[in-house]
Ligand binder design. Sequence first.
Ligand SMILES: Nc1ncnc2c1ncn2[C@@H]1O[C@H](COP(=O)(O)OP(=O)(O)OP(=O)(O)O)[C@@H](O)[C@H]1O
Length: 307
Amino acid sequence: MIKAKSLSRHYGPLVAVDRLSFEVEPGTILGFLGPNGAGKSTTMKMLTGFLEPSSGTAEIFGHDIRSDSLAARRLLGYLPEGAPLYGELSVERFLRFVGEARGFRGDELIRRVGSAVERLSLGEVLGQSIETLSKGFKRRVGIAQAILHDPPALILDEPTDGLDPNQKHEVRQLIRDMASERIMIISTHILEEVDALCTRAMIIARGRLLADDTPTGLLARSRYHNAVTLVLDDLQAAASSLGALQESREVEIRRGQLTVFPSGEGDLFEAVTREVRAAGWKVSQIQLESGRLDEVFRTVTGSEEAA
Ligand SMILES: Nc1ncnc2c1ncn2[C@@H]1O[C@H](COP(=O)(O)OP(=O)(O)OP(=O)(O)O)[C@@H](O)[C@H]1O
C-alpha cells in the first residue's frame, strides 16, 4: 500500500503541502481533488521521488521514499502534469529509452515496449516524433512510459486535462482497465471524473486534507442529497404548496427549476409526485437527486472546518 505520513513541503514561506497523512490500498482509484494551487502536483512529486519533502515521509509498499527511494520508485509509474516528453524522439525510441533506463535489455525490452504499445494503441504512430502527435496521443505515450515496468502503483497527474471528450473517455477507460490489483492515484479538478472513475476521493486545498470519502459519501454531504428537482409550468404555485408538505424542509427556485429539500420525515419523492398529480401541473422533468459534487467541493474547499 501507499502510506503518506505527515508529508509536508514548503517553498520559502509558502506551505504547499501541510502534513498530509493517508493510506491507499491496491484496487483503489483515488481521485486527488482540489482547486488550482492546492498542492496536488507537489504531493505527487514527493510520492514519486521528484521532490524532497520538507518534513514527513511516505512509504510505497513498505519502502520509504527518503531512505529507500530507488526501491520505492521501482514500484511506481508516474505521469507528470502535461506529460513532458522528449519531443524530438519517435514514440518507439522514447519508449525504448525509458525501458533501458528501467534496466530492461534485449528481448525483455522489446517485449515490454511492445506490450505498452499494444495496451495504449500506439502502433500507428510508433515512428512519429512525439512533438508532432495530438494531445491525446502524447498523453497515451506518457501513460505507456509509466506502465512499461508494470508497476503496482500508478500516479497520474491530470491524465485527462486538455483532452477532447472522446479522448477523455478513452483515457478513463484505460485507467479503469489498469486499476484492478493496482493503486491508481489521479489528480484532477474535473468533478465528473471523480464520479465517473474514482472509488475514493480526497479533497485538498491550501495543502491540507479536507475530505476523504467515496464519491457516494461525498454526494451524501450535498444539501441536494435526496432533494427532488422539478421543471414545471407554474413554479410559484408549486413552490408554495410543495414547501408546505411535512416531508419538505425548504424549497428553492433556481434557473427555472424548483428544488424541494427533504425534512427527513416520510418519503419526499412520493409526496411530491402525489401533489403533482393532484394539482395537475404540467411537469416536464422530475428527478430525485443523489447530490451535487460541485456544491460539496465549494463548501469543503471554502471552509477548512468542513473536514
Ligand atoms: N517550484 C515552486 N516554487 C515555488 N512555489 C511553488 C513551486 N511549485 C509549486 N509552488 C506553489 O505551491 C502551491 C501548490 O502547487 P501545486 O502545483 O502542487 O498545486 P496543484 O494542486 O497541483 O495545482 P494545479 O491544479 O493548478 O496544478 C501553489 O501555490 C504553487 O504556486
